[in-house]
Write a protein that binds this ligand. Structure first.
Ligand SMILES: Nc1ncnc2c1ncn2[C@@H]1O[C@H](COP(=O)(O)OP(=O)(O)OP(=O)(O)O)[C@@H](O)[C@H]1O
Ligand SMILES: [Mg+2]
Length: 226
């Protein structure tokens, strides 16, 4: 199950929500493999379980069953291992951003860095510039547009230069110029720093930026189109 070429391997993942007649089986024996340094796009209809999959891969939500290996380690249920991998390996762009409302954009990024023993430096300023949100760095999320919040969430996810970026519809609230800037940045970090990217998207244009596109249906990864 552990293969040096693969930074993420999931086998037979199951995940359900609720019990009894209201139970929803979201992941149903899902297999997926992501190569080290790959830029992968995940597509699929609304409600098919893409966010759930990303939360399971990013060790935010535990699966009910199946096996998962991250960066050469088999992942168990132990909180300490899961926390360390989450902190050290992943950068996450949440579909709803999950920025802390009481903090400015700059402090949202700074606190995420501090949790990893890092400090904001010139590279963080470059990320704010690249995402076109340097001018709102001193504002709180409630004083920003959805698209600005989304771009700050991207800065936060990339600031610690994670090996794996998990991005849940990161262009979902962006106009085409900002989408292109984000996709350029993703391609750049993927090419220059071999950072692996798993990006959920509904946009064929965004998916075209990836090396490979997979589709999700009925709780599984269906087919590989590239
Ligand atoms: N915490 C939860 N409790 C109960 N049901 C949930 C929970 N989270 C997700 N679901 C259900 O699981 C299914 C998959 O949801 P998920 O958010 O993963 O879909 P998605 O593919 O990301 O959709 P979208 O494209 O709209 O973001 C949906 O039917 C949803 O209602
Ligand atoms: Mg989703």
């Amino acid at each position: 199950m552990i293969d040096a070429d693969h930074i993420l391997t999931a086998r037979g993942l199951d995940k359900s929500f609720g019990r009894g007649p209201g139970r929803v089986d979201v992941l149903r024996g899902l297999d997926v493999t992501v190569r080290r340094g790959e830029f992968l796009a995940v597509m699929g209809p609304s409600g098919c379980g893409k966010s759930t999959l990303l939360h399971v891969l990013g060790l935010i939500t535990p699966a009910d069953g199946g096996e998962l290996a991250v960066d050469g380690q088999a992942v168990g249920m132990g909180a300490a291992q899961r926390h360390a991998l989450r902190r050290d390996v992943f950068g996450f762009v949440f579909q709803r951003f999950n920025l802390l409302g009481v903090l400015t954009a700059a402090d949202n990024v700074a606190i995420s860095l501090r949790a990893r023993g890092l400090r904001a430096d010139g590279r963080v300023d470059e990320l704010f510039e690249a995402m076109g949100v340097a001018d709102v760095a001193r504002r709180k999320p409630s004083q920003m547009s959805m698209g600005q919040q989304q771009r700050v969430a991207v800065v936060r996810a990339l600031a610690h230069r994670p090996k794996i970026v998990l991005a849940d519809e990161p262009t979902g609230n962006l106009d085409s110029a900002n989408s292109n800037a984000l996709l350029d940045l993703f391609r750049r970090i993927n090419r220059d720093h071999q950072q692996t990217i798993v990006m959920i998207t509904h946009s064929a244009e965004a998916a075209a930026a990836a090396d490979r596109v997979v589709h999700m249906k009925d709780g599984r990864i269906l087919e590989t189109s590239r």
